[in-house]
Design a protein around this ligand. Structure first.
Ligand code: ADP
Ligand code: MG
Length: 702
């Protein structure tokens, strides 16, 4: 036991150039200056960068590294890396290993093949990567290759953001600036910086690799495009938190060790609701580092899966009929001296800082609910949101009894009391009395207060956390800015703050909903309250560059109008491309696998009818099955023709919004029709002839 403990502590962060390593390897003065630069959010000066780079290189080479790479997060939502070796040939024909400060802080990858949404013409190829020195460099071992990774932001020749990280970093600055103003106005003069924190719970599926190899749909699209539902799904509720299967537990063990080496604090692991579904949650961290870490989590889950002959599926809805996967983004704000601004304390009604921060979030979520919805828009999430397994597309907030009561008190003038949690008595003398939380949980809410943080539960499992997080940081920065403006000009801060809180409670309280978000009644009630319900990702994405949001993002210097427009284009194009690939894959499988199997089965039935008849028996039953099969084959081929036409039609559309709409309305509908006939065929065609692994095999095969 103690061996294991030691090995974890020895392994944790071993591949990270972290604070301990820096302290060991950098001259004292350089270390101090470097830490100061990071803390103050300044540029790294070149002399300093040279010393830091050299120490990093020595450390990396000792660990077997031959290369370094700038690691960035383009608009594909994935990560990108271009490796350069440290070698620098000498005149004598030998080589030395070099790594300069410039190479550390700046890279110039060709940007022309990354989505830019028109920000850059193809011939304007130059892009720049810049080290985000608040996220430590690390070493990644991929097979035999060992490389020093430098987390970076990525921009165009004209300094426009081409990635997910740049707006995230900008939004952190914006949030910090406005939160510090508010704190100062409320009398706190010590805080100089406020950070956003993120703990991203990651859900995923694991299926055996042998099934994957027979499913072109999973290979090319990440999800099943066909598959009749299994006789048994998740209805026994026997998977969630169930005891771990040995193969899964070994996999999780290896994932954890890989992540710990990278300094990713993988903490929680368990079976999720759907069969073959699991979750991993790390200990939270600063939002930009946590975003980098979530990318490493997704990559590691997939990489280690292969070693165990699994395939890890991160897609939001890989299997119809069982729950899909989300990524719950737990978010809060913390001061540089360690105060969690969303910590209510035992008497939240008289905790002014908490109340102001809480109301700032309430206002932000209510006013910018469409943007939050847009921040989680993706083809995958369209299958998930509102499907009684994830929150609906209506953004509302769960506060629980205690805080809702306080907000109601605020709305009628001021908060005087806080409901207490009390004790839980279990009625067994040997069991302890448990302190009861002041609020219950609500698993159906898109944006739930969970003790001392909010949990944004609409985020899709395959998504980068950067998008939803920079939106959240920015909209809260906006609320805080409005509050700071009021407070700074008032002569009596306490009265002014009370007035602001009452106004927000009255005007924005409509976004609070503690009930069951999955019900039809809530959809109706939300409509009455005027809360938007944007069901499709395409509609959600189209609003991003509306004037109101351009104003918001430019005010806080998070994104310019051109950058917002480009992002809208990129997201709409990505939607269309994804749906077109799905449509073409569905056609390919239907044509080359399902149809031949169905015809083969029909011809077997045809022969059977003949033979039975020849034998002097009545072949009516076999004929009936044959007729049904032939009918479905006709239905299948007709719907395939329609899908083919829809794909051809959509290809000719230039306007990105119109194209995405057509993809949604025609191709998605076309795929559903093809799938309906195919799934019905699956239920009657001989199992030996059916070419695709079934849902039952994939979800329950161990
Ligand atoms: P749940 O019970 O909601 O599934 P988990 O333990 O799986 O909770 O995940 C909760 C996540 O919230 C963890 O990643 C945890 O580190 C994170 N978290 C806790 N406190 C904060 C905070 N102040 N800011 C951001 N994330 C937090
Ligand atoms: Mg969880």
């Amino acid at each position: 036991m103690s061996d294991n403990f030691e090995s974890v502590t020895a392994v944790f962060g071993k591949n990270v150039f972290n604070d301990v390593t820096m302290k060991e390897r950098l001259p004292k003065a350089v270390y101090k200056e470097f830490k100061k630069t990071i803390a103050e959010g300044r540029f790294l000066d070149m002399t300093l960068a040279n010393v830091v780079a050299n120490a990093m290189k020595d450390w990396a080479i000792e660990k077997g590294a031959t290369h370094f790479c700038h690691w960035f997060q383009p608009m594909t939502g994935l990560t990108a890396e271009k490796h350069d070796s440290f070698i620098s040939p000498t005149a004598e024909g030998t080589t030395i290993m070099e790594f300069s400060g410039k190479e550390l802080i700046q890279g110039e990858p060709d940007a022309s093949s990354f989505p830019s949404g028109g920000l850059r013409a193809t011939f304007e190829a130059r892009g720049y990567t810049a080290w985000d020195c608040t996220s430590p460099v690390f070493i990644k071992e991929t097979g035999k290759n060992i490389t020093l990774f430098i987390p970076c932001a990525f921009c165009s020749y004209h300094a426009e953001a081409l990635d997910k990280k740049t707006p995230l970093l900008r939004s952190m600055d914006a949030l910090s600036k406005q939160a510090v103003r508010v704190l100062k106005a409320l009398g706190n003069t010590t805080v100089t910086n406020v950070g956003a924190t993120l703990g991203a719970e990651q859900e995923y599926f694991l299926i055996d690799r042998k099934f994957y190899e027979k499913r072109l749909d999973i290979m090319l699209t990440g999800r099943t495009l066909f598959g009749a539902s299994t006789p048994r799904g998740q209805e026994l509720s026997d998977h969630y938190f169930g005891s771990l299967h040995e193969r899964i537990a070994s996999y999780m063990h290896d994932v954890n060790f890989e992540l710990w080496k990278l300094g990713v604090s993988a903490k929680t692991q368990h079976n999720e609701v759907a069969p073959a579904q699991y979750e991993l949650a790390p200990v939270f961290g600063t939002v930009n580092v946590a975003t980098d870490h979530n990318q490493l989590v997704m990559e590691t889950l997939q990489k280690v899966a292969l070693r165990h002959n699994f395939i890890c599926l991160l897609y939001e809805k890989p299997f119809r009929g069982v729950n899909g996967s989300g990524k719950h983004n737990n978010w809060s704000m913390v001061t540089n001296d360690g105060m969690n601004l969303l910590e209510p304390g035992s008497t939240p009604h008289d905790n002014m800082i908490f109340l102001v921060m809480l109301c700032a979030v309430i206002k932000a979520v209510d006013k910018y609910s469409k943007l939050l919805r847009a921040s989680v828009a993706s083809p995958g999430n369209d299958h998930r949101l509102g499907a009684h397994e994830a929150p609906p597309a209506i953004v509302s907030m769960f506060l629980g009894d205690q805080l809702t009561d306080i907000v109601e008190q605020l709305a009628s003038g001021g908060a005087k009391t806080s409901k207490a949690g009390g004790q839980l008595k279990l009625g067994v003398s040997s069991l302890p009395q448990l302190p009861k939380d002041s609020t219950d949980r609500n698993r159906t809410s898109p944006f739930a207060f969970t003790g001392n943080k909010f949990e944004f539960r609409m985020v899709g499992s395959s998504q980068s956390t950067a998008g939803p997080m920079f939106v959240l940081n920015t909209i809260v920065a906006q609320s805080l800015m409005e509050i700071a403006d009021e407070l700074e000009k008032s002569s009596n801060v306490k009265t002014a703050a009370q007035k602001i809180l009452t106004k927000i409670a009255k005007e924005n309280g409509k976004v609070i909903f503690n009930g069951d978000n999955y019900t039809e009644a809530w959809a109706k009630e939300a409509e009455k309250r005027g809360l938007p319900n944007i069901k499709s990702s395409v509609d959600a994405t189209k609003i991003i560059a509306d004037d109101e949001y351009v104003k918001l993002f430019t005010t806080h210097k998070v994104l310019s109008k051109a950058e917002l427009k480009a992002r809208t284009e990129i997201l709409l194009e990505a939607y269309s491309t994804t749906i077109c690939i799905e449509g073409k894959t569905a056609l390919n499988i239907a044509q080359r696998q399902i149809l031949p199997a169905a015809i083969e089965y029909a011809s077997t039935l045809g022969k059977a009818v003949e033979h039975i008849s020849d034998a002097g028996c009545n072949p009516d039953t076999e004929k009936k099955i044959l007729n049904k099969t032939c009918g479905l084959i006709t239905e299948l081929t007709n719907s395939m023709d329609e899908l083919k036409d829809a794909i051809a039609e959509v290809c000719d559309i230039d306007n990105s919004a119109k194209k995405a709409e057509a993809c949604r309305d025609k191709i998605v509908a076309g795929m559903n029709a093809v799938r309906k006939a195919a799934d019905e065929l699956e239920l009657i065609v001989d199992a030996k002839t059916w070419p695709l692994p079934t849902y039952a095999e994939m979800l329950f095969g161990k």
